[in-house]
Ligand binder design. Sequence first.
Ligand code: ZN
Ligand code: FE
Length: 256
Amino acid sequence: MSSLEVHQFPCLSDNYGYLIHDAAAGVTATIDTPEVAPINAALAEKGWKLTHILNTHHHFDHAGGNLELKEQWNCRIIGSRSDARRIPGIDEEVGDGDSFRFGSFDVQVFDVSGHTIGHIAFYIPNAASLFCGDALFALGCGRLFEGTPAQMWTSLQKLSALPDDTRVYCAHEYTQSNAAFALSVEPQNADLKKRAEQITTLRAANKPTVPSTIGEEKATNPFLRPMSPELQANLNLQGADLVEVFAETRRRKDSF
Ligand code: ZN
Ligand code: FE
């Protein structure tokens, strides 16, 4: 079986761009289009031709380069069916539970609404890779601009059900500030303390903290841990409904 190459590079102030490439099939996709120049520079560096754009959601730092890249590369744009009117140049609409082929790889689509309505994530089982945009971050989750806490919690549960070794390619390097918040609500979590130290070391060396894995996120990300007794106690929500715990965690992060 051929392997999927993932090339990660910085865009804008704190976004990550991703190119995924199946050499045998000769296909290359960009996950979102945060910024045209670094995407084209990455393509040139790799010697790859852009054949697809996979959009997670409509925000400008995710779909802002769609039309310019489509004009230049005549590539096929795949995005959310329920958000199609906000995805510039969309050619193929996909939704929760759909899958499509990218070269020899099966790409599964999850609706992960909450940050926006119609936000989707792309999971590639044979590459153990998840591209989740602004739904799940390393030690965090997206702000609820359009959806409700219940919607976001439903979305995040789909992602935390993936295998522990799944690499989580999120769209922003927010991890260090997320770690500070996570420690404020779960200060006794030993895995979190260890991870926060690793993150400090990586960022001091200007290295990315992304990708992480689903296993790491389940152990340390407070937004996947509303069932944690320590988190519940620190929010004064012992035994509360998990949506309520999640909602309060998100509220506190908004003003942290
Ligand atoms: Zn966004
Ligand atoms: Fe974003």
